[in-house]
Design a binder for this molecule. Structure first.
Ligand code: SAM
Length: 274
């Protein structure tokens, strides 16, 4: 799995500003939900290029600290380059299900679009709970339902329709694996957290054109990029046409841009106080 994410690390590096801008308001809601304040020690899991953790670094200030972690070394290398000039931000390579940190070390643990890729999401939350101090805050952002996020769902649909099977296959953890508030609540509670809440935040996606949207999404969606790269050119072209037609219908014009609906879920909870 980390090989697959390593392969799209260059695409993520060239799109970091777009991703961080797209998710800016939702990321602020994520940091609020985790209760992050000045002086906190924060861990970001499945950080990729570290956009959420770098935003957290602005909040915690010079007395706080942030660790950007991911199990894909190339993603961590991108995060490390972005962390240059931030002396209180460090990076680490580890799986979210096997966090390399002592019990109770962090005031807050955050995850932006990473928890749904864990083979064992409850186990990942249990690990996060282990490294939280008593009363520490956890918050994870996941994509809402496929129908609420046509900017991504349509591309996956176009691949699935080409082959007559769902994409990604049901046995593979995909971007919509934790798209349900009740499911997220049970994952956090079974992971040992208390006072669990889930909120939805709108994340409309802007693009210069349908073509620009199509060119960007496969650079970021790891399983999709891998699948498209392995296809014959004529098959890929049929998928492109299907996705572009659907994308034109699902978006609307907003000034000089087009905009797709988008929505995330933010699930949060606290470690027990004892
Ligand atoms: C969709 S990207 C999100 C990146 C970043 N959090 C962001 O929002 O910009 C998913 C990230 O999860 C990481 N990831 C997937 N499975 C993981 C695991 N089991 N442990 C740690 N990181 C993982 C991938 O390497 C990738 O960087």
């Amino acid at each position: 799995m980390s090989d697959m994410w390593d392969s799209v690390a260059p695409g993520w590096e060239s799109n970091v500003e777009f991703v961080d801008e797209h998710l800016a308001a939702a990321t602020d809601a994520l940091l609020d939900a985790a209760g992050i304040t000045e002086g906190d020690a924060v861990l970001e899991l499945a950080a990729g290029p570290g956009g959420a953790g770098l935003r957290a670094a602005q909040r915690v200030g010079p007395k706080g600290s942030v660790v950007l972690s991911d199990d894909a070394p190339e993603m961590v290398a991108v995060a490390a380059r972005r962390a240059i000039g931030h002396p209180r931000v460090s990076t680490a390579v580890f799986d979210q299900n096997a966090i390399i940190a002592e019990d109770g070390h962090f005031d807050a643990v955050i995850s932006r679009h990473g928890l749904m890729f864990a083979d064992d999401a409850v186990g990942a939350v249990r690990e996060a709970t282990r490294v939280l101090c008593p009363g520490g805050g956890f918050a994870a952002m996941t994509w809402g339902s496929r129908s609420m996020n046509p900017w991504l769902g349509l591309v996956l649909d176009a691949v699935g329709e080409q082959f007559g099977v769902p994409f990604p296959p049901p046995n593979i953890r995909g971007p919509f694996s934790l798209d349900d508030a009740a499911l997220l609540t049970s994952v956090l509670e079974e992971g040992g957290l208390e006072d669990v809440h889930v909120q939805a935040v709108e994340t409309p996606m802007h693009a210069a054109s349908v073509q620009a949207w199509w060119e960007r999404v496969p650079q970021l969606a790891g399983p999709l990029a891998t699948a498209l790269a392995a296809m014959e050119p004529d098959v890929r072209e049929q998928i492109v046409q299907r996705a572009m037609n659907a994308g034109a219908q699902a978006s609307h014009r907003d000034g000089s841009q087009i905009v797709f609906p988008g929505s995330v879920l933010i699930a949060s909870g606290r470690a027990a106080q004892h």
